[in-house]
Design a protein around this ligand. Structure first.
Ligand code: IFM
Length: 425
């Protein structure tokens, strides 16, 4: 099978000599939508249809923004539902489109990091083979098998973006497809998703032995609402283990340990031991856990503005120290770490600048302590569709005027360029 070709002019991807990856991250659906995605057509739960930035047509213009910023890396995703709109039907035009993006990035000396799965699915897949069905793994496998030999020039791969968020939203909250509030099915779905990661890892490495493959794991600082309350403390401890650590342990031990308070621990074998070349960390915020018997499973989650930095437009606490914590947890894996997402929803550029600065200060402190951190990707390049909040969450370094679709640089874009040039990592 023809494999991804190496990047021109750089050392081996895992080597210390690889320059620090200064990037921005996006996902296909959030920028370009898709007529064939579950998120577009799942009428049962999603009333508001996403409006997006028309990136599928304007991609050349958007890739030019990367050059303006001066980043040397770009994380983006493939929209599976465009590539395989119906079961057994492949759209070669969609594959060629993504290849053109990769070629432009390579021409501009920007390292592509490609996410194979970023929350959305073809509608046929989620209706017939949702993740709790074992057949899901084989269908994902076929998609990866199709895409791998077709795309040239990619070394960094993310198989799944935020597998835990995918499962919690789809099977616990039930607010995204397949909209099942069913915890046991969610556990099966998680097992299948991790099995699919392992399959994708093997396919990628068969074609390109020095590929760098990971998931992007959403990690959060988790604390008790009231430090003196033993139930809040227990909940925070359980949440911290499940949300942050259980995936790390599964990569180390090859089994997933799931423990609900007052229930027996589940130990589920998953074939992912060691199937990781670096580890992608998505970090945004701290969450306070409160035991509340009137909430589902007694869990209430809140954001408190404890440090006085204010909350983001999505009501999230700004807590840069949390990034240090989660990087410390992730360093137990003993592979290089890359911050695959970190960003803030705000219309206030000064707040965005302070957020970036303080989080990069945290990265610097971690590197000084010897942690092997190889990259930072700001979320996101341009404003885009935020899953449950729509277009109000302004994460972009470039503001998008959704009436005209104009991209307008914010001061945070200039600041990020300045950091890239001047901050020596
Ligand atoms: O927009 C999302 C992204 O798709 C996954 N990580 C978190 C971001 C902000 O909510």
């Amino acid at each position: 099978m023809p494999g991804p070709s190496p990047a021109p002019g750089s050392g081996s991807p895992g080597s210390r000599r690889t320059p620090f990856l200064w990037g921005v991250a996006t996902s296909a659906f959030q920028l370009e939508g898709s007529p064939h995605a579950d998120w577009t057509s799942w009428d049962e739960i999603l009333s508001a249809k996403p409006t997006v930035t028309n990136h599928y047509e304007l991609y050349r213009e958007d890739l030019a923004l990367l050059r303006n910023l001066g980043v040397n890396a770009y994380r983006f995703s493939l929209e599976w539902s465009r590539i395989q709109p119906r079961e057994g039907v492949w759209d070669e035009g969609a594959v060629a489109h993504y290849q053109e993006i990769i070629d432009i990035l390579r021409r501009d000396n920007i390292e592509p990091m490609v996410t194979l799965h970023h929350f959305t699915h073809p509608l046929w897949f989620i209706k017939k083979y949702p993740w709790h069905e074992d057949a899901s793994v084989e269908h994902f496998f076929r998609y990866v098998e199709k895409i791998l030999p077709a795309l040239r020039g990619v070394r960094y791969w993310i198989t799944f973006n935020e597998p835990y968020v995918l499962v919690l939203a789809g099977y616990f909250e039930g607010c995204t497809p397949p909209a099942l509030k069913n915890v046991p099915l969610g556990v099966r779905a998680l097992k299948n998703i991790l099995t699919a990661h392992a399959a994708a890892y093997d396919i990628i490495h068969a074609g390109c032995p020095d590929a760098q493959v990971s998931v992007a794991h959403n990690m959060a600082a988790l604390a008790p609402w009231k430090r003196w309350n033993p139930l809040d403390k227990l909940l925070a401890r359980v949440a911290k283990y499940f949300y942050n650590h259980s995936l790390l342990d599964a990569f180390l031990a090859g089994s997933l340990r799931i423990k609900f308070p007052f229930k027996e621990e589940l130990v589920i074998p998953v074939p992912i031991k060691g199937k990781l070349d670096f580890f992608g960390v998505n970090y945004y915020t701290r969450i306070h856990m409160r035991f509340n018997p009137f909430k589902k499973m007694g869990v209430e989650m809140r954001h408190l503005d404890i440090d006085g930095r204010g909350l983001t437009d999505m009501g999230w606490e700004i807590h840069p120290r949390g990034l240090e914590k989660v990087l410390r947890y992730a360093s137990a894996l003993d592979v290089p770490l890359i911050i695959t997402e970190n960003g803030i929803a705000t219309r206030d550029s000064q707040k965005k600048i302070a957020f970036m600065k303080e989080h990069l200060d945290a990265v610097e402190r971690c590197r000084e302590r010897g942690m092997d951190i190889r990259g930072y990707f700001y979320w996101s390049l341009i404003d885009n569709y935020e899953w449950l909040q729509g277009l109000d969450a302004r994460f972009g370094l470039y503001r998008v005027d959704f009436d005209t679709l104009r991209r307008i640089p914010t001061n945070a874009a200039a600041y990020y360029s300045y950091l890239i040039k001047n901050r020596k990592f």
